[in-house]
Design a protein around this ligand. Structure first.
Ligand SMILES: Cc1ncc(COP(=O)(O)O)c(C=O)c1O
Length: 341
């Protein structure tokens, strides 16, 4: 099968670029110092490649991701880096502990109670390091850890996600702010104990490589990348595209079948390019369409285009399948099997 034969919109992963990204990150953060976040691809086949790079522990965002990873056999050490209260999903994860090691984030008496009641065994204390996200205050972390231990849970350590600091432009300011966030996490860790200090993402991986103050980083986007992260100029290549077909064309603009139901839009419009690499001005996306003007002039009905996501995570979550390609040859079909909650 060739790229041109795929029904569109189609998520396509460039095998060579993916491999480049995985190797680059594994060199910076080898083995257990990277806990790849599967939310960025939601695909156990891709997780298998990360496993083959030597990363045997994974970060998950949803119970579905945890259970899917356990079922796929990648359950050596799964961290659900989010709080969960739903007793059914917590119990499903507790059952998955028969074949997997599962640790869940907690930041309150309620989340501890829910995890303990369901039969989960291990937790990390989620600490707010400056992002208005989940997480307790650093000075509350010791108390949260005591509550968890009081409920018979093993407290493995702390996590804190400095998501607000992924895109700071000024290098010095970036380093200082990440340092401050990690100070907060380490302050919490002193009270909590345990051997896990988990933080970081694609936007801060290089700072954690320079100063190894955490035990592991939770990067996910680096594997497939998006135009948002590409702005940082890190050595990761764009490995994922959504292929579309021009379904209508005028002398002034063209319309292709990749709309906002096939593309995560919270980081703005995607980029559009022709398969031979020429760019385009994107006017807008509607439900099923992207309207654009190719830099080369007129597009023709039936032309194929590459739409480059501005945000990879929600884009992957909208598709059932990703096609692995080498050049224009399709070499594999990967189910995006960790979707849902
Ligand atoms: C808890 C957590 N850890 C890590 C990440 C890092 O992911 P990325 O590699 O996309 O920066 C995210 C992304 O949102 C996250 O929510």
């Amino acid at each position: 099968v060739k790229l041109h034969d795929l029904p569109t919109p189609a998520v396509v992963i460039d095998a060579d670029r993916l491999q480049h990204n995985l190797t680059t990150m594994a060199t910076a953060h080898p083995g257990a110092s990277l806990r790849p976040h599967v939310k960025a691809h939601k695909c156990t086949e891709l997780a298998a490649m990360q496993h083959a790079q030597g990363h045997h522990s994974f970060t998950c965002a949803t119970p579905r991701e945890v259970i899917g990873m356990a079922e796929a056999g990648w359950g050596d050490d799964l961290l659900l880096a989010n709080e969960v209260l739903d007793p059914l999903r917590l119990s499903a994860m507790a059952r998955a502990q028969q074949s997997a090691r599962i640790t869940i984030a907690v930041d309150s008496a309620d989340t501890i109670d829910a995890a303990a009641r369901a039969g989960l065994r291990e937790v990390v204390v989620d600490v707010n390091v400056g992002l208005p996200r989940c997480g307790c205050r650093p000075d509350e972390a010791g108390h949260i850890a005591d509550l968890a231990r009081g409920r018979g849970l093993l407290v493995r350590g702390v996590m804190g996600y400095e998501g607000h600091l992924m895109m700071v432009d000024d290098r010095e300011e970036h380093r200082t702010k990440v340092d401050d966030a990690i100070d907060r996490l380490l302050e919490a860790h002193e009270q909590v104990g345990g051997d896990v200090v988990s933080a970081g993402g694609t936007g801060t991986y290089h700072l954690h490589q320079l100063r190894r103050r955490v035990t592991e980083i939770q990067a996910g986007s680096y594997a497939l990348m998006d135009t948002h992260y590409a702005r940082l100029g890190h050595p990761f290549q764009q490995a994922c595209f959504v292929i579309g077909t021009v379904v209508s064309a005028t002398p002034k603009y063209a319309v292709a079948d990749v709309g906002l139901k096939a593309m995560g839009m919270d980081h703005g419009n995607p980029s559009v390019e022709t398969l031979d690499g020429n760019g385009a001005d994107v006017w807008f996306l509607s439900d099923e369409h992207v309207t654009f003007v190719p830099h080369t002039g007129v597009a023709h009905v039936g032309d194929r285009i590459r739409v480059v996501p501005a945000h990879i995570d929600p884009t992957m979550a909208m598709h059932e399948v990703a096609w692995l390609v080498m050049g224009d040859q399709v070499i594999d079909r990967w189910p995006i099997d960790l979707r849902g909650w």
